[in-house]
Ligand binder design. Structure first.
Ligand SMILES: [Mn+2]
Length: 344
């Protein structure tokens, strides 16, 4: 039913890597999201099925709404235990890179990954992979890395033997990277995969609630505050932005994950094509985290690359500025003007 995603050669190379290596490290990008963690935990389950206990490393903290994921207590944070992870990376025979396309996306962990003698496998859906991998499964058109992990496992023939601790994280990754299957999810295969996952007795409604109905009262009030007081809509250019200052974050007891999904909300305005979030870092001065979302064929990744030192997908991108919030607002206004022909 599903088209193979790897060539026969890639498939047998990957099988032999997975079955014949001893020390395996799984890793994902910094600020891990549902897709990064879901892909990693599902892959961890595959290796456990093959009789190995992989080291699963996240570069830094992951959001509270993902703590329910099975086996997440086994995740090791690189920012907390760098020496330990470095030691394992030096003796590892295999590193599986999930949901990122360049080592720099793992922040502090990048040099240890690059210098490790281990063979690398890349499974990812970000464009232009820049990692020298023995097996590279890179498909920017895929809904999520979790979908790719499913397809890889399906082709390897492992799926039947796996259970809900594989299926749940895969569903979580696919769901979160498509906004609950509301964008980038029109391919019929996606729903074939979901129907296979459901045979493993996952509770998809519970997974939805775990992820999307897991907010504090503060988060809800922060959303109200942003939409009411911080959102600036450029009606003429079909674009909007908002700011989240450190003061705002403090006032609403901001914790990691509280801004999740907020940047999509302005796109609920009829005709709006581009939404940009500017968030001041909670600790570092002059660091603004930029998040961009767009609809249809408007390329927010081009805006991210040209104005915000970033990049990403056509409809979902990110970036970072080293300046004040006021200066960042000026840059957003310039970006709206620069892209006005495409926006109008
Ligand atoms: Mn992803």
């Amino acid at each position: 039913m599903l088209e193979p995603i790897m060539t026969d050669g890639e498939c047998s190379t990957l099988r032999s890597l997975l079955e014949n290596t001893q020390t395996v490290v799984l890793c994902c990008h910094q600020n891990p999201d549902g897709d990064a963690l879901g892909s990693m935990l599902a892959m961890g389950e595959v290796l456990r099925y093959l009789g190995k206990e992989p080291l699963m490393v996240v570069p830094d903290q992951y959001p509270d709404y993902l703590h329910w994921l099975p086996n997440s207590e086994k995740l090791v944070r690189y920012d907390k235990r760098p020496e330990y992870v470095d030691t394992v990376l030096k003796i590892a025979d295999l590193i599986i890179c999930l949901d990122f396309n360049a080592f720099s996306r793992t922040d502090e962990m990048a040099s240890a990954l690059a210098s490790s003698p281990a063979k690398k496998v890349l499974i990812d859906h970000h464009p232009e992979p820049d990692i020298d991998a023995t097996v590279c499964v890179s498909h920017p058109e895929a809904s999520s890395t979790a979908e790719l992990v499913f397809r890889v496992v399906w082709q390897l023939g492992y799926f039947e033997q796996l259970g809900k601790h594989f299926a749940g994280p895969i569903y979580c990754g696919m769901m979160t990277d498509t906004g609950g299957f509301t964008y980038n999810s029109n391919h019929p295969d996606i729903f074939m995969i979901i129907s296979e996952l459901l045979t493993k007795n996952i509770d998809k409604d519970k997974i939805y609630r775990n992820v999307y109905h897991n907010y504090s009262e503060h988060r809800l009030r922060l959303v109200g505050h942003v939409l009411c007081n911080r959102l600036v809509v450029d009606e003429e250019r079909h674009a909007a932005f908002y700011t989240l200052s450190r003061e705002d974050l403090k006032r609403f007891h901001f914790i990691k994950g509280d801004a999740e999904g907020l940047v999509n909300m302005p796109l609920q305005i009829k005709g709006l094509k581009l939404s940009i979030s500017l968030r001041e870092d909670t600790d570092r001065d002059n660091t603004i985290w930029v998040s961009l979302r767009s609809v249809d064929d408007f390329p927010c990744n081009e805006v991210a690359a040209r104005f915000f030192n970033g990049g990403g997908h056509l409809n979902a991108s990110g970036g970072r500025l080293n300046c004040s919030l006021d200066e960042a607002v000026e840059i957003v206004k310039q970006a709206f003007i620069a892209f006005e022909d495409t926006l109008k």
